[in-house]
Design a binder for this molecule. Sequence first.
Ligand SMILES: Cc1cc2nc3c(=O)[nH]c(=O)nc-3n(C[C@H](O)[C@H](O)[C@H](O)COP(=O)(O)OP(=O)(O)OC[C@H]3O[C@@H](n4cnc5c(N)ncnc54)[C@H](O)[C@@H]3O)c2cc1C
Length: 391
Amino acid sequence: MIKKSYDIVIVGGGPAGLNAAINSADKDVKVAVFEKDREIGIPVRCAEATSEEALKKYAFIDENSICTPYNKFEFVAPNKTSVEMDAESMRGFVLDRKIFEQSLARKAAQKGVEIFTRAHVLGIENDNHPLVKVLYNGEQLQVNCQLVIAADGIESRSALDFGIDTTLSLKDSEPCYQMTLVNMDIPGDTLQFLFSSEFAPGGYLWIFPKSNNMANVGLGLNGSLKKQASPRELLERFVEANFPQATMVNSTAGGVASAKNLNELVKDNFMVIGDAGRMTNGLTGGGISTALASGKFAGKKAREAILEGDTSVKKLKEFEKYWNKNIGKDYRRFYHLKEAMFKVKDEDFNNLAAKFENVPPEKVTVTKLFTTLLKRKPSLILDVTKVFAGL
Ligand SMILES: Cc1cc2nc3c(=O)[nH]c(=O)nc-3n(C[C@H](O)[C@H](O)[C@H](O)COP(=O)(O)OP(=O)(O)OC[C@H]3O[C@@H](n4cnc5c(N)ncnc54)[C@H](O)[C@@H]3O)c2cc1C
């Protein structure tokens, strides 16, 4: 049963919320996670790829959740010329996110975290201490706590309750559609990114293998462009034209925030993390690694704040400063690159692919690709080298 009070209430049981729970709870810090869906880890609205380094640094590698490891990227231009890149230094895994999140939940439970599914947070009042209103088993409950961590994803409303503006402009939101397809014949170690104004205007298509036979195939569009067709229609057309033999076993629609990280991540008794804090990579839409990273840093700081009896904005700012210094600044650079990429035309991608198609994969780097593509924008070259240095 949900108790009347906890030290920390976490809204949302995705990777950010669960990792914050793991890193904040112990016998002296009582933590509850409220998740509105009926089961942790579903529905999966994700292509499920993330880097090995991020998992090791911010969480752990759960072998059972790995569908396939990848260590190569392939970029496909609109005219289908492709460029292969050896991505050993950026290697990672395509996960089974349901299994992964459930293993995060088990770890949190082992640390004493109380996790409630079908627990929908309706709103939070913050008068000295937060009072969380939650709908659980058809009953509206009120739960007291010292600190709320909002990890309620792209649709977050919790931050608004604390006066943090999370409004997304159309140009910073990407409606996506994805199918999981079987009967594919694809390299199991390669993430493929395809650029095409016909199928993914202002965004890109992805083919992320779950094995040699199965893949997450999806696309994201820029929300500000006039729609010729819905993301679903565009993906159906793409799949029909390119994988007529494939069978769909799952499909999902979802949104990605390709926005700048929020400037303000804390208030008195409040922190916001993961997609709710707009911590996605504006360029790729990837957010698993930052959800885990922000969960880890926020969780540790929250625990410290509870033990010191100080959940003031001044104390919690330590998290905000740490985030901005270590990760937020690179993510602002990704955002600038995304804005520049928006102006790149099919012809530019075709020219770029022509330049690199015969370059051996081990000589292709993301820095070289971006500096060539954006050479008319010297102001961005520094951003490119800072975020991709050494990759
Ligand atoms: C189509 C698509 C493909 C993607 N592919 C990738 C990829 O390959 N790699 C990658 O790194 N990222 C990818 N992303 C982004 C990635 O899924 C997110 O960045 C990541 O899930 C963020 O984690 P989170 O914990 O912040 O939020 P979420 O995973 O969204 O979790 C938030 C949780 O909060 C719950 N919640 C919301 N409101 C309430 C409420 N009021 N009360 C209780 N619970 C609530 C939700 O039910 C949800 O479970 C993709 C996104 C989409 C849409």
